[in-house]
Design a protein around this ligand. Structure first.
Ligand code: GLN
Length: 198
């Protein structure tokens, strides 16, 4: 199995390591490749869009033609996981910050997102979440977005306060937090298991 981590900006290496550890735990033979150019996503079985700055990541993936490859991979039924800024890019609808910055979205999931939804006082925090199908997981939030609306085909997987913070729509998985920043690899394993099935 080959997993591409879109590496134009953000916490790329952490996702590469977490995915490799998850592969080892599952006994999956595979490779994980961080990429800044087109070509790799098209030849991969699954794609990860890391956190970072959604405005920057958006600009670069559309400029480099990676966005087009992600859209095609999604259409082919490959598993796509977006975390934090990656979640924003997967959304069908952004908020006024997304509009103001002219951030182009991939619109692969029928959700509305709010950037920096947890406010300034609580820019970064760690908590425990009940993640459907996985159990209690540690979750790191860094200037995190939240999902404020989900479409009828979207399954919420975790909640925090009044928000949905993890959701799945068919082969698309979106997380408001950073599973790659803890030792716990169960969410990456959940993602890889779905990729093995598809
Ligand atoms: N606040 C960032 C954004 O809106 C996301 C933060 C993150 O990915 N850790 O793009």
């Amino acid at each position: 199995m080959r997993v591409a981590v879109v590496g134009v900006q953000g916490d790329v290496e952490e996702h590469v390591f977490a995915t490799k550890r998850a592969m080892r735990n599952l006994g999956v033979d595979g490779e994980v490749i961080a990429t800044r150019k087109r070509g790799v996503v098209a030849k991969s079985d699954a794609v990860i869009l890391p956190g970072g700055e959604s405005t920057t990541i958006s600009k670069l993936i559309f400029r480099e033609g990676i966005a087009e490859e992600i859209l095609l991979a999604a259409e082919e039924g490959k598993q796509i996981m977006g975390t934090c800024a990656g979640l924003i890019l997967l959304a069908s609808e952004g908020d006024e910050q997304v509009a103001k910055t002219g951030t182009k979205l991939l619109r692969l999931m029928d959700i509305s997102v709010r950037r920096n939804a947890f406010g300034r006082q609580r820019e970064s925090f760690q908590c425990s979440l009940n993640f459907e199908g996985v159990g209690e997981v540690p979750a790191v939030f860094i200037r995190a977005p939240a999902i404020t609306r989900i479409g009828k085909d979207v399954k919420p997987l975790a909640h925090l306060n009044e928000f949905v913070v993890a959701a799945q729509q068919k082969n698309i998985l979106a997380l408001a937090f950073h599973p790659e920043l803890t030792e716990d690899t169960r969410i990456h394993e959940y993602f890889l298991r779905n990729a093995l099935k598809s």
